[in-house]
Design a protein around this ligand. Structure first.
Ligand code: TYD
Length: 132
């Protein structure tokens, strides 16, 4: 379990920039689902859950937001401000998202289809699961 930043290579020319993400190359899992969070209202905090199996890469393709990542022992904040960086998260990590800029578009690539049974939405249960 863990998390870390992936640097994506920016391709581009005088017309502008382009980033490609392909499973097996710069995404370390098969991508089954893509979703994006946008128009987040000021002061909103989201997330507040962990996943049992899901792997994800979150990219602020526009604007910025901050992830709070908690492995049950320590908490770390990572600010996403650049479309060429992806935050990879796998295993039992409690995540919260905050400080969304008004223009933030947060794209998330996921290794599995949406499955509510993969979520742990209770922090105490998360700690129990980490210590199991
Ligand atoms: P939620 O889990 O509350 O989002 P966040 O963790 O970012 O705060 O999801 C909001 C709603 O969207 C909830 O009703 C579940 C639904 N949803 C899907 O149907 N499919 C998905 O892929 C995701 C991520 C959420």
């Amino acid at each position: 379990m863990g998390f870390g930043l992936i640097d994506f290579k920016t391709l581009g020319d005088e017309r502008g920039s382009l980033i490609a993400i392909e499973e097996g190359y710069n995404a370390p899992f098969d991508i089954k689902r893509v979703y994006y969070i946008f128009d987040t209202k000021q002061g909103v905090e989201r997330g507040f859950h962990a996943h049992i199996n899901l792997k994800q890469i979150a990219i602020a393709v526009k604007g910025s937001c901050t992830f709070v990542l908690d492995n049950g022992k320590t908490r770390k904040e990572i600010k996403l401000i650049n479309p060429n960086q992806g935050l990879f998260i796998e295993g039992l990590i409690w995540r919260e998202m905050k400080d969304f800029s008004a223009d933030c578009v947060l794209v998330v690539l996921a290794s599995e289809h949406y499955d509510e049974s993969d979520y742990i939405r209770d922090y105490d249960k998360f700690i129990e699961e980490v210590n199991r």
